[in-house]
Ligand binder design. Structure first.
Ligand code: B12
Length: 212
């Protein structure tokens, strides 16, 4: 099993060579999908260190950008290990990052894991207005809508998005899940979602239970 503490710390230190070396070694051991998900989680925890260093003034926006690229590379390396749902589609998820928020690393991880679990994912991208979600739901008739957001202000965008779905008569029979750093139990209640998670693997399990 990989050294999760060292991976978390190397991501936090933005030590690209060390991170890549450790992930290459891990991949070479032929790990299980669960082990690969633990490494994804360790990389995500490394991003929390990056966030703390940014807040304390040690890192700047350029470091956030580099951190984003580093984590995307990590996910590209780990994605083939996460497994494949195989067979028929389990259902459709319309997914996007809500208006005002351009963060998409977590959204992309949730997308990869959902696809690996057998869902079809319609990814409408970042900074998406409520109307864009409404249009995507009308076009694709998904079972589930996933709203991603890491900024505090994203909570209000999520609320507006869910209100727009209700106003368009699309909310009944649709499950809505929210994720990203902004998601919490309180946020879930406030925005009127069915579920929330800051862990993509757990969220995918919940989505699976909704369509089974
Ligand atoms: C990388 C990063 C960036 C990159 C983003 C690159 C990209 N392509 O996404 C860049 C440089 C662009 C960026 C920009 C900014 N950022 Co920034 N950024 C981060 C950082 C370091 C990491 C975010 C991240 O990717 N985390 C890792 C992912 C994997 O975690 P996650 O999103 O939570 O996703 C997981 C789960 O939540 C879940 N999930 C995610 N989405 C979904 C969706 C569904 C449906 C489900 C079920 C699950 C799910 O699955 C994922 C895997 O488990 C965070 C710090 C932090 N700790 O979060 C700051 C942070 C989010 N940024 C912050 C800020 C302030 C900004 C800027 C305003 C900076 C600036 N002055 O310009 C801008 C915002 C621009 C905007 N309008 O959005 C603040 C937000 C403060 C706040 N509370 O609002 C943070 C918290 C840093 C800090 N501590 O101050 N940022």
């Amino acid at each position: 099993m990989a050294d999760l503490v060292s991976i978390k710390s190397a991501v936090g230190e933005l030590d690209e060579d060390l991170v890549k070396g450790m992930l290459d070694e891990f991949v070479a051991t032929g790990p299980s999908p669960d082990d690969a998900q633990s490494v994804v989680a360790a990389c995500q925890q490394g991003m929390d260190i990056v966030g703390e260093k940014y807040e304390s003034g040690e890192y700047f926006v350029g470091d956030l950008i580099f951190a984003g690229e580093l984590l995307s590379d990590c996910i590209d390396t780990l994605k083939p290990l996460i497994g494949s749902g195989g067979g028929a589609s389990k259902g459709t998820i319309v997914l996007g990052t809500v208006e005002g928020d351009i963060h998409d690393i977590g959204k992309n991880i949730f997308k990869s894991m959902s696809e690996a679990a057998g869902f079809e994912v319609v990814d409408i991208g970042i900074d998406q207005k409520p109307e864009a979600f409404v249009d995507a739901v009308k076009t694709n008739s998904p079972e589930i809508v996933g709203l991603s957001g890491v900024l505090t202000l994203s909570i209000d965008s999520m609320k507006r998005t869910i209100e727009a779905l209700a106003a368009a008569d699309l909310r009944a029979g649709l499950k809505v899940t929210i994720g990203g750093n902004a998601a919490s139990e309180d946020a879930c209640k406030y925005v009127g979602a069915d579920d929330w998670s800051r862990n993509a693997a757990e969220a995918v399990k919940t989505c699976g239970s909704w369509v089974s």
